[in-house]
Design a protein around this ligand. Structure first.
Ligand code: NAD
Ligand code: USQ
Length: 382
């Protein structure tokens, strides 16, 4: 297949581009490198020393002989996006290219507006580009489990059967997102669903849980291919943050009581889920939703698991319960369905102590790069 990986310079997109290229697909990366600029804005960095996008793809070509053309540009510029579609004529468009941090979207009005304009406009543009330039192209869009929030009933995969006043229908599952970022994903989902119905677009919305880990087989082939790893209070995510905190002797920053339960998956499974979606395209006009995660944990459970593994390595670890900067439930029911990807063949790579040890070891190797002042959360929801 000819596949565009939009956001292919990012944490999920880079290993996915390499994995799809290795499987024999013709992969092109589209990215405006904004994630690197947000690091500059926040005076932050990736824990791992990442090469430039040009260096990365040149090294991949040197090692594998496979070419990954790169298009450095903004999905919000429609003429540019159309030109990329004209040149690549994609069979599938994997869309990672959004501002993906909840805290970044909650910094202030400007960051909230930027996040929603960037994310909603980019997605609308790709829907128009598919309609105009490649009507058979399968949109594989990264959504988030956070679209659903934490309802007091089971979370289904996108749709729920409702009985109301003696009648019955299958309707979109109710959404209760917890930040302006998570709201942008809900807006995207609605726009995609509408265009599937109106224009016959084929789309898969992958409601992904929190991704942890760093390496895939492909990123480990050479130091120049290393993936980014975020640890700061804005872009770092729960488990990766705890492992990095353990590596530098920082208290583990559990927000509030730590009863918040979220769905998780390893980056090694992210790349396989994308391949499964690509190999099994949605039908024309179908808006398909897969919940993309393998397990769920409370943040307190994760902190305790990190503490045990880190203490085996003689690292001293304290779990701190700091004031929760977010507005979210800390004690709630959580039971989410994830059978669609499993039914299509996903074999989960679950979180074992060995997996924790491997990620921790990468954190220890790079710990001198941590800017300690960036570790504590500074963005409040209130
Ligand atoms: P990331 O920030 O590392 O990568 C996103 C990439 O998109 C960056 O390289 C950025 O430069 C690019 N980008 C952003 N806006 C763009 C635009 N307008 N035009 C072109 N490029 C643009 O994020 P990630 O962690 O790799 O996440 C990728 C996707 O997966 C996001 O949509 C995110 O919402 C979703 N997701 C991520 C996680 C996670 O835990 N990381 C979990 C669930 C869902
Ligand atoms: N949390 C802590 N301590 C920390 C960091 C986070 O207790 O140091 C808690 C948060 O309060 C929250 C949970 O851990 O309850 C998850 O927070 P997170 O920062 O790991 O993840 P989140 O903000 O939800 O966002 C991340 C990605 C986003 C993706 C989402 C998937 O940044 O792109 O959409 O995970 S999901 O959570 O399923 O919506």
């Amino acid at each position: 297949m000819r596949i565009i990986v939009a956001g292919g310079d990012g944490f999920c997109g880079w290993p996915t581009a390499l994995y799809l290229s290795k499987q024999g697909h013709d992969v092109a990366i589209l990215d405006n490198l904004s994630r690197r600029k947000w690091d500059d804005e926040l005076r932050s960095n990736s824990l791992t020393p990442i090469a430039t996008l040009e260096e990365r793809v040149a090294k991949w070509k040197e090692i594998t002989g496979k070419d990954i053309p790169i298009y450095v540009g903004d999905m919000c510029h429609y003429d540019y996006l159309r030109e990329v579609f004209r040149q690549v004529n994609p069979d599938a468009f994997v869309h990672f290219a959004e501002q993906r941090s909840a805290p970044y979207s909650m910094i202030d009005r400007d960051h909230a507006v930027f996040t929603q304009v960037n994310n909603v406009t980019g997605t609308l543009n790709v829907l128009y580009a598919i309609k105009e330039m490649a009507p058979d192209c399968h949109l594989i869009k990264l959504g988030t489990m956070g679209e659903y929030g934490t309802p007091n009933i089971d979370i289904e995969e996108g749709y729920i059967k409702i009985q109301h006043k003696g009648r019955e229908d299958i309707l979109p599952y109710p959404k209760q997102p917890g930040s302006f970022y998570h709201l942008s994903k809900v807006h995207d989902s609605h726009n995609i669903m509408f265009t599937c119905r109106a224009w016959g677009i084929r789309a898969t919305d992958l409601n992904q849980g929190v991704v942890y880990g760093l390496d895939t087989d492909e990123t480990m082939l050479d130091p120049m291919l290393v993936n980014r790893l975020d640890y700061d209070g804005v872009f770092g995510t729960a488990l990766n943050r705890f492992l990095i905190q353990a590596s530098i002797g920082h208290d583990l920053t559990v927000y509030g009581s730590g009863g918040q339960t979220r769905a998780f998956l390893n980056i090694k499974d992210t790349v396989r889920c994308i391949e499964i979606a690509a190999n099994n395209p949605a039908d024309r006009g179908e808006f398909r939703v897969f919940n993309q995660f393998t397990e769920w944990f409370s943040v307190q459970d994760l902190a305790e698991r990190v503490k045990i593994v880190a203490e085996e390595q003689d690292l001293s670890v304290n779990i701190a319960h700091i004031e929760n900067p977010r507005v979210e439930k800390e004690d709630h029911y959580y039971n989410a369905v994830n059978t669609n990807l499993l039914d299509l063949g996903l074999q989960p790579y679950l979180l074992t102590d060995e997996v924790l040890r491997d990620i921790l070891s990468a954190c220890v190797t790079n710990k001198s790069r941590v800017i300690v002042d960036n570790v504590m959360p500074k963005v409040s929801w209130k």
